[in-house]
Design a protein around this ligand. Structure first.
Ligand code: ADP
Ligand code: ZN
Length: 618
């Protein structure tokens, strides 16, 4: 079993030095200090930290201390490139090797490696194992390997990648090197699997806090995807937002609609060409568009530290995925909002997708069963989260194995008192259930609701459903709202639905209890939320000269554009707000602003001071 951290030795002074010189940070977060101590001591480690927790620094800092060459395995090219960009912006010698590079580019990186010029090499797993690269790394004397997104090695995780399995060979090839696994997935089964698969030796295990206090979580019953999306985006004009959808088609349709409303929005999914994706990604990071509409399966490459809204228009397939995707909000630790539009219709789509993708995989039948069981387990945890009317921060923390202190976070729809319940829910439920009985449990959600609303469709006329006593009982609701109510009943298992391509709604024992009046029903009122501002949001703007902040942002956009780099790698929002709050009037004062290190002072100090003092910089 992994032992708890025993890295109590104080870190050498040089660490604090490196941290402020290169990054402009004044201190390490507690877990970072321990992870860095383990790395410097050459001790294996397993670091579990939520997205935004600061994992990257744990493997970026150590090679600067002893001028070593370290290797990071990362699953996604886009993430690698962003990190290399961000590191280059502070003058850090980093490089990447992946399939998307030309022969020459790869040769160039190999030369720099051989010359000992690279401190950190990012490599895709298949690159690492399928090439003469290993020999080169051995010659350079690599002593530390970090495996990012290490849960990808386990099929108990939510994002299994078979190519990660080959990483087991690192231990054999480099017996004296230390291995450091990083993940945001916290279930014990996945952790144990990582330790076993990577063959970690008595690793220091460090588990971070999963709660993200700067995020406000909301779950809203989905009634009208587009209208609700527009209303929510309306709270974030001119701010970076990510909107997640389930299918490629939806991302395109929605992005088009948003663009028609005058929003700077683009779709992003695996069906686009690499060039198209790249263009959108860059437009987003350089702040020339505000909104990216992405598929949940493919949002990982889009990264910007000042994302103020993450909106899920469909259900993610697991809380791990949700945590990771919402983790892209507010990475600068300033207040941000995460909204989930929920309909249980998505649960059914995911269930069939989980089965289908397992069946189409190359796994053997027994493994397929395991992958399906694991997929459904993850899905149902997600559904329980969406349905429960309890504090979202508490629910998320507890899922990731951490009790949540207190009982009112002040930063979720439940604690802010935004969730309303439908008056007369039991009577409404009885009307719906008896209609399902009257149509003889042979129709789907849509038809049942059309009958309840008193619609005049061909099917209703053909089956004479306008003669039923339940016809028109819910005429006061529109179709979407009625369907949402039926889905809420399905979620609470007060109604059931058959499997297959054309599911029909049927009764179960609990439906009869409701009809007999033996069971009270609570339904959420499906309405657009009146979002209340959270305390965190007000705090983050405390004392900030907004006008100055916007001027600094415009300057940053121009610098990003001319350098062809993501804007946040130039300077993130937190640093900009610090400047707009402190209004420094000298290089020394500027250096005291969080996020400004020596390299940035040298690169941009003059410009920034000009803007602050109202001079030419702009
Ligand atoms: P992760 O990889 O865990 O998702 P990152 O490494 O991207 O998270 O870090 C998240 C944010 O926190 C980044 O904006 C980073 O600059 C900032 N950060 C990390 N460590 C520190 C620190 N010690 N002090 C201040 N900011 C930090
Ligand atoms: Zn709460």
């Amino acid at each position: 079993m992994p032992s708890p951290a025993d890295a109590t030795e104080p870190l050498p002074d040089v660490v604090a030095d490196v941290l402020s010189r290169w990054w402009g940070f004044d201190r390490l977060r507690p877990l970072q200090a321990e992870a860095i101590a383990a790395a410097l001591a050459g001790r294996d480690s397993l670091v579990v930290m939520p997205t935004g927790g600061g994992k990257s620094l744990c493997y970026q800092l150590p090679p600067l201390v002893g001028d070593t060459t370290d290797v990071v395995i990362s699953p996604l090219v886009a993430l690698m490139k962003d990190q290399v960009d961000a590191l280059e912006a502070i003058g850090y010698p980093a490089a990447a090797l992946h399939g998307g590079m030309s022969q020459e580019e790869r040769a160039g990186v190999r030369d720099r490696l051989a010359a000992g010029e690279v401190r950190l090499l990012f490599a895709a797993p298949e690159r690492l194992v399928n090439s003469g690269l290993l020999d080169l790394l051995a010659r350079v004397g690599v002593k530390r390997f970090a495996v990012d997104e290490a849960h990808c090695i386990s099929h108990w995780g939510h994002d299994f990648r078979p190519e990660y399995r080959q990483l087991a060979m690192i231990r054999e090839r480099f017996p004296s090197a230390s291995l450091h696994a990083f993940t945001a997935t916290a279930t014990p089964r996945v952790r144990d699997d990582i330790v076993r698969q990577l063959n970690l030796r008595d690793p220091v295990t460090l588990v971070g806090t999963f709660d993200r206090p700067n995020l406000v979580y909301r779950v809203v019953p989905r009634t009208d995807r587009i209208a609700q999306t527009l209303a929510i985006l309306g709270r974030h004009k001119g701010e970076a937002s990510i909107v997640y959808c389930i299918s490629r088609k939806e991302t395109e349709r929605l992005a088009e609609r948003l663009a028609a409303e005058g929003l700077l929005a683009k779709p992003y999914h695996a069906g686009l060409t690499a060039t198209e994706r790249h263009r959108t990604q860059e437009a987003f990071t350089r702040e020339t568009i505000d909104v990216v509409v992405a598929t949940v399966a493919f949002g990982m490459g889009i990264d910007r530290s000042d994302v103020r809204l993450v909106l899920h228009t469909s259900l993610p397939k697991s809380l791990e995925a949700y945590q990771q995707e919402t983790g892209r909000a507010g990475r600068d630790s300033l207040a941000a909002e995460c909204v989930l539009l929920y309909s249980s219709a998505d649960v059914f789509s995911w269930e069939s997708l989980v089965r289908k993708s397992a069946a189409e995989s190359e796994l053997d039948p027994e493994e397929q069963e395991e992958v399906i069981a694991s997929g459904l387990e993850h899905l149902h945890a997600m559904r329980r989260y969406a349905q429960a009317a309890r504090c979202r921060h508490a629910a998320l923390s507890e899922y990731f194995g951490q009790p949540y202190p207190g009982n009112a976070c002040g930063a979720c729809d439940v604690c802010l008192g935004e969730t309303g319940s439908l008056p007369d829910a039991t009577v409404t439920a009885q009307k719906i259930i008896s209609c399902v009985a009257r149509v003889q449990e042979r129709f789907g959600v849509r038809h049942v609701c059309e009958v309840l609303r008193g619609a005049k469709t061909d099917a209703i006329q053909r089956y004479r459903h306008d003669q039923l006593s339940t016809y028109g009982l819910l005429a006061a609701f529109d179709q979407r709202t009625a369907e949402n109510l039926v889905h809420q009943l399905l979620d609470q298992e007060l109604l059931a639905r058959t499997a297959g391509d054309r599911p029909v709604v049927v009764l179960n024992d609990r439906s009869w209890e409701v009809l007999r009046g033996a069971r009270e029903v609570v339904l959420l009122e499906p309405r657009a939320t009146k979002a209340k501002p959270s305390k965190a949001d007000a705090d983050d703007w405390q004392g900030v000269d907004r006008d100055l902040f916007e001027r600094l942002r415009r300057w940053r956009r121009r610098v990003a554009e001319s350098r062809g780099k993501p804007a946040w790698t130039i300077l993130d929002d937190k640093a900009l707000r610090a400047v707009a709050r402190e209004r420094p009037d000298s290089p020394a004062a500027l250096l005291r602003c969080k996020g400004i290190g020596e390299k940035r002072l040298a690169d941009f100090g003059g410009d920034i001071l000009d803007i602050v003092t109202g001079g030419r910089g702009e």
